[in-house]
Each structure stands twice: as structure tokens, then as C-alpha cells.
Write a protein that binds this ligand. Sequence first.
Ligand SMILES: Cc1cc2nc3c(=O)[nH]c(=O)nc-3n(C[C@H](O)[C@H](O)[C@H](O)COP(=O)(O)O)c2cc1C
Length: 375
Amino acid sequence: MTTTAVDSKEFRNVIGHFMSGVTIISTHFDGVDYGMTASSVCSLSLEPPMVVVCLNRQIPTQTAVSNAGVFAVNILSEKQGWLAERFGSRRDDKFDAVEVVRGNSNVPVLAGSLAHLRCRVVEKVEAGTHTVFMAEVTEAFSDDGRPLAYYRGAFGRFELQQNAEAYAVLRRAVLDRSYDVDTPLDPLRLVDDLGLPIEAVHDALTRLVADGLVQRQSFGYVQQPYDIERTQNSFEVKRIIDLAAADLTVGRVTPEQIDELQRLCDEIALQINGDEILDIDQYQDASAAFQEYLVGLTGNDMLIDTVRRLSIPSILTHVPGLRDTTPAHMGRNRQELVEAYRAADLERVKVILNRQSDLVTSEWALVIEALGGKL
Ligand SMILES: Cc1cc2nc3c(=O)[nH]c(=O)nc-3n(C[C@H](O)[C@H](O)[C@H](O)COP(=O)(O)O)c2cc1C
């Protein structure tokens, strides 16, 4: 046997960078259902249609597939992470409360999967700790939905770039009130405006409905109006997250992170001249980057995601005659914040965050009131 320079721990870590989908291999043998989570599934040939799956010889499902000679590949949707967890551990109740559909040889297919293949083993090879099964596909079915992804030991979502782009651009347009709030959003016009396919536009609209920014009505999609209460709630959630992030990070950040915060603060300052904002889009991008970096110092992606999804209007700077609560003042606030972070002065950081939040909340209430209570 030859020795290798790569130990198994290192190999596991490195190969984990290869993102994959997630399947459950299911089979039935001797009156018993078997199933296990597997990512080592790959298409082998188109004519005839064949797949390869690699199963550890110590796993009961491997023995059952070997004996039955048939199995199914259930390709999991992003909603089935719980099934991947369940079938990825040794337990006897894997199929409890799981709806299945049986085909030839009683092999169970998991209802709600994104797709499935029924397969018949034609060849198997032993390699390392695993058996490599080569199997012919006898039935193939796919449904609409999104796949479950697996990357570096964690489950996640896969997203088409065009969908991410459509969502980001449309979300911004809605927050900016780029489209008249009293007119339904026309998907075909959005296709033209964004230069993206209709599927991406529909996906973005569906997500904006879930975010509470858009409503689906019988006559189409309409933007959810901002009122004072809704806006104040969003600002309050943001305040709580900012304060919690400060609790977790002040005094624990590295000098490099403080330098980065300062750099992001300077980027905002570049867009301010006295009380005038030079480029509104760049100013908003820079402000968002600063805010997200602060929360991101916690290392908690879900917090950043929550901040991003808050329905905080960004239209203020677009309303004629109204401006972001005196840009110069906000700029000074942010600079003070960086200095308080540098001094590891938690109390000071909290005072600034509260002051900023109070200011923006009350300013917004005035704006919405001035515009008739709704925006
Ligand atoms: C995302 C994921 C992918 C996996 N892929 C494979 C695989 O391709 N082959 C394999 O033998 N085990 C794989 N496993 C491990 C098995 O699912 C795990 O050993 C399971 O406990 C086997 O079922 P058993 O408990 O009934 O033996 C994977 C686990 C997870 C969570």
C-alpha cells in the first residue's frame, strides 16, 4: 500500500469545498425500508441513462441495495434539510411520518422531493471503504422547486445568479419607491427594465411578497405602503440588532477590523459634501456596507440577513425637498461610532446607536405624516 501525504481529516476539509446537491438513497429488502443521505451521486451515461452512487459498506442501506439490486435516488428540495439530517444518522425511525410512494419492488420514493430516479444495479465495484454502484435508470421524475445544497458540512440554498440579481434590483427599486406606489407592478415592464427573464422577475416578486414589501392582489402585485407604525417597527428591530451586535463585539474586534470600519466610514464621507449627498445610490450602498459590516462583526450570517430583509425605506433621499437626516450630522455620528469601537467603549457605542435610531425614527414619522400618513 502506498502512503499518501494527505490525511483523512485534511481530505474531508478540502473536498468539502466541492458543493453538491443532497439525495436520499432508498430501497426495500426483505420487508424492510432502508434509506440514507448521500451526496456521492453522479450521472454516468446518457445512453443508456446511468448513475453512480458510492455507499459505505458498513451502512445497512448499502447491504440492502446490494441484496435488492434496486434503489431510488431522491433529490432533496431546499425544504427537506430535516430529512437529510434524519437519514444522515443511524436510527430506526427514519421513515416515521415520512410520506412515500412505492413502485416496483416496493422501493419507497419520498413524497415532496425535487426529483427522483428509480434505478437497477448493473455493476458494483469495491473501492476503499465504499461500494461503487453503477445503475441503470428505469424511471425519472422532476418537480418544480429549488434544490438543497451541501457545502463544507452545512446545508444551504442554491440560487441562480439571475434570480439573486432580480431580487436585489427589484427590492431596491421597491424600497426606493422607484415605481409609483398606486400602480400595480407589471412583470413584463420589469422584464424590460431589468433585462432579466420573466422567471427571475416572478421569483423576485414572490420573495418580496414573503418579505412583506409587496402584496399579491387579484389584479397583480402592489407595493406595500409604508405607514408610521410599520416603519417604526422596522427601525426598532434594527436598533435591537445593532445594540446586541455591539454587546457581542465591542472590545473584541481586531485592529484590522476597526481599520476596515474606518475605511467604510470614509467611503460614506466621500459621498457627502456639507449637507449635500453627491451620488444617492453610492451613498446608500456605502451606508448599507457600513451597517452590515458592524453587524457582520458578530460572525452571524442570520443577523446580517435579518438586517437586509428589514423593510426600512431608503426613499428619503429621493423625496424632493427632503434629505437624509442631515447627512453631515449622520456622517459625524458614524465617525464617532468608529472611534467608540476603537476605544472599546461599549456605553458610548450604545449612546450613539440609540441617538441615531431615535433621530431616524422621529424624522421618518414626520416625513410619512407630511406625505399623508402613507408612502
Ligand atoms: C450530506 C450528507 C451526504 C452523505 N453522503 C454519503 C455518501 O455519499 N455515501 C455514504 O456512504 N454516506 C454518506 N453520508 C453518510 C450517511 O448518510 C450516514 O452514515 C448515515 O448514518 C447512514 O445511515 P445508517 O445510519 O442507517 O447507517 C452522507 C451524510 C450526509 C449528511
